[in-house]
Design a protein around this ligand. Structure first.
Ligand code: ZN
Ligand code: ZN
Length: 151
């Protein structure tokens, strides 16, 4: 039996599907993600609603070491609903929010999932700040819901 070869396929398999690309609307900002997301979630906080212009943010938390960004991002720092410092990063040309830096989690980047070229893999498992969710939103299947952040 080609035990070595099967072992090789199992070891190599997952890494082959883990490159994900994305960027802003005008394509001045592009990124390549070569690490698997750590967590997938949606956030209903009022800051996410204002900065996205939408009902909620779709978020993939990824290791900073696995993300390479090209092009210029502009940052805007604000206090999150939990009090921690957050910095939304958007394209200065087209205004699309691309990612968020969380000051007390420097090794992690929060990517706005709508910026990925292919979002078909995304399935949120955590739903945070539901107490400020827009009233029309249905319950999101498969998500663990939290009234505030995940504490
Ligand atoms: Zn842009
Ligand atoms: Zn939020």
């Amino acid at each position: 039996m080609p035990e070595g070869k099967i072992g090789h396929i199992i070891r190599e398999g997952p890494t082959m599907t883990e490159t994900r690309t994305g960027g802003c609307l005008c394509k001045a900002v592009r990124y390549e993600l070569t690490a698997a997301p750590i967590a997938t979630m949606v956030c209903n906080c009022t800051n996410c609603q204002h900065s996205s212009g939408s009902a909620l943010s779709t978020i993939a938390l990824v290791p900073r070491a696995g993300l390479a960004v090209t092009g210029e991002l502009k940052g805007y720092e604000y206090a999150g609903d939990s009090g921690g410092k957050l910095e939304i990063n958007f394209c200065p040309h087209c205004g699309s929010p691309v990612l968020l830096n969380i000051r007390n989690m420097p090794d992690i980047v929060s990517i706005k999932v709508g910026s990925f070229d292919d979002t078909s893999w995304f399935k949120p498992t955590i739903n945070i700040w539901t107490h400020s969710a827009q009233a029309w939103l249905p319950e999101i299947a498969g998500c663990q819901a939290f009234a505030g952040n995940s504490r």
